[in-house]
Design a protein around this ligand. Structure first.
Ligand code: HEM
Length: 238
């Protein structure tokens, strides 16, 4: 699989098949989510729900498996080799752009899961139409504690299982601790967000717009990285 992804791509640039596939999927998913956004704006709750739910689940499945196959590497690990342009451009443009892109990827992944949960919690079916409930929606501190406690327990169990079957490593411990810390951070931010938008419908609309803006910026930063690496300044890799 990894070798297959390293074959020349289909766009006729210097990219590998993996990079072209990733760019194609990013374009398709961004287009799909934009359609979902317009559906929501037109009040087509059912269509919006199915498109966003299906699209986000497919996107999460594709990108997590794809990055696992590419061993999370991309260029951050492959280093300067892949970039054939001047050093200044690499240091002051390419690396900051890639860093912003990766940070937005993490925010985008968290928001995809968060928005699906929020969508289900806020929706109501009224006379066959799917609407957002115009009501107060707040998660108690106790419930947040239970969610975090449950997920921490699950992470500890998974870690112990992995350590017992595949051996202990600091890297694995860091990954599991990082996951728990990320969930804690998200829940911490969530309590603040709940105070700003106590109404579930307002929260879904505001955070939904925020998520859509993140996806648009992701598409632009991703495509710029692709253009710099595989069209304008191709290096040794790709
Ligand atoms: C996963 C990513 C999602 C994003 C980014 C998102 C985004 C949005 C946005 C921006 C709006 C407001 C549009 C506007 O009025 O300007 C909206 C409305 C809505 N969303 Fe979502 N949404 C998502 C998932 C879901 C899910 C999973 C459901 C259902 C379970 C859902 C149900 C609704 C409903 C019912 C509306 C109201 C439509 C109307 O005004 O009649 N959304 N969404």
């Amino acid at each position: 699989m990894t070798d297959w992804l390293k074959q020349p791509g289909f766009f006729g640039t210097h990219a590998t098949l993996g990079a072209d596939l990733s760019q194609l999927m990013a374009t398709l998913f961004t287009g799909l989510f934009l359609v979902g956004w317009f559906q929501a704006r037109r009040g087509q709750g059912h269509a919006h729900h199915w498109l966003m739910l299906g699209g986000m689940v497919a996107m999460l499945a594709f990108f997590t498996s794809y990055y696992l196959f590419r061993q999370l590497g991309v260029l951050a690990v492959e280093g300067k080799e892949g970039f054939g342009g001047p050093q200044e451009l690499y240091d002051y443009v390419f690396i900051p752009l890639l860093t912003v892109h990766i940070i937005l990827v993490i925010i985008g992944l968290v928001m995809a899961i968060y928005m699906i949960v929020l969508g289900f919690r806020t929706q109501a079916i009224v006379q066959g139409r799917r609407l957002l409930k115009d009501a107060h929606l707040q998660t108690s501190g106790k419930k947040i504690g239970m969610i975090l406690g449950g997920l921490t327990g699950l992470a500890v169990m998974l870690f112990l299982f992995r350590a017992a079957t595949a051996g202990f490593s600091m890297r694995k411990l860091e990954v599991y601790l990082g996951f728990v810390a990320l969930v804690g951070l998200v829940l911490g931010i969530e309590t603040t967000i709940q105070r700003i938008w106590p109404n579930g419908a307002d929260r879904h609309r505001a955070l939904g717009r925020f998520t859509m803006i993140i996806y648009c910026i992701l598409f632009v930063t991703g495509s710029t990285t692709y253009t710099m690496l595989y069209i304008l300044f191709p290096g040794k890799i790709g």
